[in-house]
Design a binder for this molecule. Structure first.
Ligand SMILES: NC(=O)c1ccc[n+]([C@@H]2O[C@H](COP(=O)([O-])OP(=O)(O)OC[C@H]3O[C@@H](n4cnc5c(N)ncnc54)[C@H](O)[C@@H]3O)[C@@H](O)[C@H]2O)c1
Ligand SMILES: [Zn+2]
Length: 361
């Protein structure tokens, strides 16, 4: 798959097994940044050569939000600037969204841009964040407020990596996969309904297929509106709710799971407005409940506090709340500036009751 962007076109390639890595790791003048957990899990199988001969071309990152800072990005820059062929070096990064955000930022600002290749190792990074070119860093208590647009030159996806993800991170990735396939309409929804079991068992071929379908869907929006001023905002579907669940759980609820919860809440507002029928809302909810496993004890479930967190979302501009909602007709995505607090309150209460009842049963 080729993604067109103003700066360059870049390619996404799907691989059946790890054999592509050998050639990638032989890239001349390359500098490797690896997720520490990925390194630990795969060092003998995939990274023996790195360990034995490339110590000065090698940087490990512990994938924690507290490390997604400008200091870590600068540390990567410093290491690369120590190399002899610095300007011509290629940064290769292997990891999830945290490693992607740090290395994308570093590759963008160092010498105003160096070559960068990315291997997403989480389902979430593979099905969503790896394309679109956003880099985001946290600053103090502010999440993702520093950032640029800079895409990798190439993206290499190998679903084999998803086999070792924790259940929590795997289900977080499935949250975004389900969201994309729901947005794609009946075909995507029935595909998931028929194969949810296989997907949850991490079938590699099916994972490759749904990752590509998700990226194909996202591609249309980012190519038309690369810099997030128009149609790309529609991809924010469920995210205003999701970000509130993420922050109010202090990131105990991972991004994709929070988004999955956001889909249920957003669809409930659509239902209240008569934009979506109960049958469709129930079908989507049934899919999502397969992968939403949260201990609500980690979340401040006071709806007023949750609405307050939604207001703080960086994409909120006016007094009333902006959300992206879905209409059943043509599965149209609408940017709605007048979502009322009452609607949101009712939708969140609905979601929380649903999850409580499910958790108790
Ligand atoms: N730039 C964007 O467009 C964009 C979009 C969405 C999210 N994000 C960011 O991405 C981050 C979340 O990324 P994520 O969900 O990919 O996870 P992550 O990078 O936080 O990784 C999650 C966990 O999985 C581990 N891990 C990674 N690959 C593994 C593997 N193959 N096997 C076992 N463990 C593995 C990591 O070490 C970590 O513990 C957030 O910081 C979010 O803000 C960025
Ligand atoms: Zn998302």
């Amino acid at each position: 798959m080729i993604i067109h962007s103003h700066a360059k076109d870049y390619q996404v390639t799907l691989y059946e097994d790890f054999s592509f890595l050998e050639k990638l790791l032989d890239t001349p003048n390359s500098f490797l940044v690896l997720d520490e957990t990925v390194y630990t899990l795969y060092k003998d199988k995939l990274f023996a050569k790195v360990r034995d001969g490339l110590e000065d071309r090698f940087f490990l990152i512990k994938a924690e939000e507290s490390n997604k800072t400008i200091e870590t990005a600068l540390a990567v820059c410093e290491k690369i600037s120590d190399l002899r062929a610095k300007r011509n070096s290629t940064l290769i990064s292997i990891g999830g969204g945290i490693v992607q955000d740090i290395t994308g930022f570093a590759a963008n600002v160092l010498y105003r841009g160096i070559h960068w290749q990315f291997v997403p190792t989480t389902l979430l990074a593979a099905c969503d964040s790896c394309i679109g070119g956003k880099t985001s860093l946290n600053y103090k208590t502010y999440k993702n407020i520093l950032g640029t647009f800079f895409a990798p030159d190439q993206i290499h996806i190998c679903p084999e990596f998803f086999q070792t993800l924790s259940q929590k991170d795997f289900e977080s990735g499935l949250g975004e996969v389900i969201k994309f396939n729901v947005m794609a309409g009946e075909e995507g929804i029935s595909l998931l309904e028929n194969r949810m079991d296989k997907l949850q068992k991490r079938d590699k071929d099916l994972l490759g297929q749904v990752v590509l379908r998700s990226l194909e869907f996202k591609k249309r929006f980012i190519e038309e509106d690369e810099f997030d001023r128009g149609v790309r905002i529609q991809l924010n579907f469920a995210h205003t709710f999701g970000h509130a669940f993420e922050t109010m759980s202090h990131y105990e609820i991972p991004h994709g799971t929070a988004v999955a919860m956001g889909v249920v809440a957003a669809n409930h507002v659509s239902l209240l407005r008569g934009w979506m029928g109960k049958d469709l809302a129930d079908r989507i909810e049934a899919l999502l409940l397969n992968i939403i496993h949260v201990d609500l004890g980690c979340l401040n479930t006071d709806t007023e506090a949750l609405i307050g967190a939604m207001r703080k979302d960086k994409k909120q501009t006016g007094n009333s709340l902006t959300t992206v909602l879905m209409k059943e007709d043509n599965m149209e995505l609408c940017i709605v500036h007048d979502t009322s607090e009452e609607e949101i309150d009712e939708a969140i209460r609905y979601l929380l009751t649903l999850l409580r009842e499910r958790n108790e049963s």
